[in-house]
Design a binder for this molecule. Structure first.
Ligand SMILES: Cc1cc2nc3c(=O)[nH]c(=O)nc-3n(C[C@H](O)[C@H](O)[C@H](O)COP(=O)(O)OP(=O)(O)OC[C@H]3O[C@@H](n4cnc5c(N)ncnc54)[C@H](O)[C@@H]3O)c2cc1C
Length: 469
C-alpha cells in the first residue's frame, strides 16, 4: 500500500499532499498538538470524502478530520506516529444557498466563518457565533463553538438546522438531513450526535444553518465592577434593563488586558495610560432596529451615567467606546497571553452566579502553591465561562516543569468539577490535551454508551485521534 499514490488515484493528484510537500501547517495546532501525518487528503466533494473513508476503512488507516485547525485541544492534528491521515475539509467550501426569507444558509463544511459572513452581509444577515479566530463551519459544529455572543444567540447547536455526515463504516454511509426545518420531531434528531463530538462519529460535509439579521446598531461599554460578587448582579440588572438588546457580557482580568496591550500596540487603553482596572466587563447591546427607533448608545450612556452618579454599589467606573476599539482589546487577549510564555489553558464553566467564588478559589490555589505563575483569565462570564489561562513566564526563574503542570491541572479541574459542579471543557471540546480528564470525570455508564455509539458509526475505530468510550 502506498497511501499517497492510492489516494491520488482516487481523488486526484492535487487533492493529496505527501510529507515531502511540507505539511507543517496541518500538523501543528494553534496552541497544542504537534504531530506527523501520513499525508493530507483534501477532497472537494462528498463523493471524494466517501472514497477516502472507504480506502481508510479497507486499509486500517486512521483519519483525523480537520477544518481550519483553530481548535484548542489538539483534536484536529495527528499524533507523532506518522500513521494518521489528515482529512482536510478546506476544499469543500461552497456556500450553496442562502434563503433570506427563511433566514437559512446551506454550506459545505470547509466554509470559513468569515467567508460565510461576508456572503451573508449582502442580505443583511450573519451567522452570529463570534470569536477571535476564523474557523470552518464543520469544525465549529464538531466543537459546538460558543463564543462571545452566546448570551444572545446561543451556541452552534442552537443555530443548526441540518447536517450531512459521512460515517466511517465499510460503505462510508451518508446520513443526510438537510431539510432546514426549525421544527421537526418526526424521528430521532441524529444530527445532534455530531455536535460537539470532535468528529468522532463521522465527517461533517455540509450543514444547514439558521442565520440572523445583522444588527443595525450596537453600543459597547467597559464597566468596572466594584468587586467580583457584583458581576452576576450587574448581569441580572442589565438583563432586566436592556432585555433582548443585551448581546455580550465578557470578563477580562487586568493581566489579560495588559497582555493584549503589550501584544497589540495599535490598541489604546481607554482608561488612560497605565490605568488597567483589576477586572473589566465588556458589555454590548445590539438591535436590528435603527437609532431612529431606539438609540442604544444613548440608552447605555444614560444607564452608565446614572449608575456612576448614584455611586452605585455594583460599579466603580465605566465608559462607552467605539465597538471596534473595545472588541479589539477582547480579541487581542488570546494572542497576547500566548506571547507571554508557556500557557496552561483551562476552558471552564460553572453556573454563572458561581463564577466569582470559583475565580476566588482558583486564584487562591495558584498564588499559594505556584506564586510565580501569572493568571491571565478572561472569558464569557455572561454564560458562566472563564478561560482561566495561566502563563508560565519565560523569566519565572523556575524551569517549566511538566509534572508540576499536571498536578496544577488536576487541582484546578477537581475544584471546578467536584467542588463547583462545573465543566472541565466549556466550549473547546475533548482532544488529546484533556482526554485524561474526560475519563476522570465522566461516569463509566456514559463512557460505555459513547463507546457503543462510536462502534456503530466507526466500527474499526479509525476516526479521530482519541477514542471515546
Ligand atoms: C484565538 C482563538 C479564539 C477562540 N475563541 C473561541 C471561543 O470564544 N469559543 C469557542 O468555542 N472556541 C474558540 N476557539 C476555538 C476554535 O476556534 C473552535 O473550536 C473552532 O470552532 C474549531 O473550528 P476549526 O474549523 O478550526 O476546527 P479544527 O481545529 O480543524 O478541528 C476541531 C475539531 O473538529 C474536528 N473537525 C473539524 N472539521 C470537521 C468536520 N468537517 N467533520 C468532523 N469533524 C471535524 C477535528 O477533528 C477536531 O476534533 C478559539 C480559537 C482561537 C485560536
Amino acid at each position: 500500500m502506498n497511501a499517497v499514490s492510492d489516494l491520488q488515484r482516487l481523488i486526484g493528484a492535487d487533492a493529496v499532499l505527501a510529507p515531502a510537500d511540507g505539511l507543517e501547517r496541518y500538523e501543528r495546532g494553534y496552541r497544542y498538538g504537534t504531530g506527523r501525518a501520513l499525508a493530507v487528503a483534501r477532497p472537494a466533494t462528498t463523493a471524494d470524502v466517501r472514497a477516502v473513508v472507504r480506502y481508510c476503512y479497507t486499509h486500517d488507516v486512521r483519519i483525523v478530520p480537520q477544518g481550519a485547525n483553530t481548535g484548542l485541544v489538539a483534536a484536529g492534528t495527528p499524533d507523532p506516529s506518522g500513521d494518521q491521515l489528515i482529512l482536510s475539509l478546506e476544499r469543500l467550501r461552497a456556500i450553496e444557498a442562502v434563503n433570506a426569507g427563511d433566514r437559512t444558509a446551506r454550506v459545505q463544511a470547509g466554509t470559513r466563518l468569515s467567508a460565510l459572513n461576508q456572503h451573508l452581509a449582502a442580505n443583511q444577515l450573519f451567522f452570529p457565533i463570534d470569536l477571535g479566530a476564523d474557523p470552518s463551519i464543520g469544525g465549529m459544529i464538531a466543537s459546538n463553538t460558543g463564543g462571545s455572543r452566546l448570551l444572545r444567540y446561543g451556541d452552534v447547536q442552537r443555530n443548526l438546522l441540518g447536517l450531512e455526515v459521512v460515517l466511517a463504516d465499510a460503505d462510508a454511509t451518508v446520513l443526510s438531513d438537510m431539510k432546514a426545518l426549525r421544527k421537526d420531531n418526526s424521528g430521532i434528531d441524529l444530527k445532534q450526535l455530531s455536535v460537539g463530538s470532535g468528529g468522532t462519529f463521522g465527517i461533517i460535509t455540509a450543514a444547514q444553518l439558521e442565520v440572523h439579521r445583522l444588527p443595525a446598531q450596537t453600543a459597547t461599554a467597559l464597566l468596572v465592577p466594584a468587586c467580583q460578587a457584583a458581576i452576576p448582579q450587574l448581569l441580572s440588572r442589565l438583563e432586566a434593563e436592556a432585555g433582548e438588546f443585551l448581546a455580550a457580557f465578557e470578563g477580562m482580568s487586568a493581566n489579560a488586558v495588559e497582555a493584549a496591550f503589550l501584544h497589540n500596540p495599535r490598541i489604546r487603553n481607554p482608561f488612560g495610560q497605565g490605568a488597567v482596572p483589576a477586572y473589566t466587563v465588556l458589555v454590548e447591546l445590539a438591535s436590528v432596529l435603527g437609532p431612529d427607533r431606539i438609540d442604544l448608545s444613548e440608552f447605555l450612556g444614560e444607564r452608565l451615567g446614572a449608575y456612576l452618579e448614584a455611586e452605585d454599589p455594583l460599579i466603580t467606573d465605566g465608559l462607552l467606546g467605539r465597538s471596534e476599539d473595545l472588541w479589539a482589546i477582547r480579541h487581542s487577549i488570546s494572542d497576547g497571553v500566548k506571547s507571554l510564555g508557556r500557557i496552561i489553558a483551562f476552558d471552564i464553566s460553572v453556573q454563572r452566579t458561581q463564577l466569582p467564588a470559583l475565580r476566588a478559589e482558583l486564584l487562591r490555589l495558584v498564588s499559594e502553591t505556584w506564586p510565580f505563575l501569572r493568571v491571565c483569565d478572561f472569558g464569557h462570564c455572561g454564560d458562566g465561562g472563564d478561560h482561566f489561562n495561566i502563563v508560565w513566564p519565560a523569566d519565572a526563574g523556575t524551569a517549566y516543569d511538566s509534572g508540576a503542570v499536571e498536578a496544577l491541572r488536576e487541582r484546578v479541574y477537581d475544584t471546578v468539577v467536584k467542588q463547583f459542579h462545573g465543566s472541565f471543557s466549556a466550549e473547546h471540546g475533548v482532544g488529546p490535551y484533556n482526554a485524561g480528564f474526560y475519563e476522570r470525570y465522566t461516569s463509566t455508564e456514559e463512557r460505555a454508551f459513547a463507546g457503543k455509539l462510536k462502534r456503530l458509526c466507526d466500527p474499526k475505530g479509525i476516526l479521530g485521534n482519541i477514542q471515546f468510550g
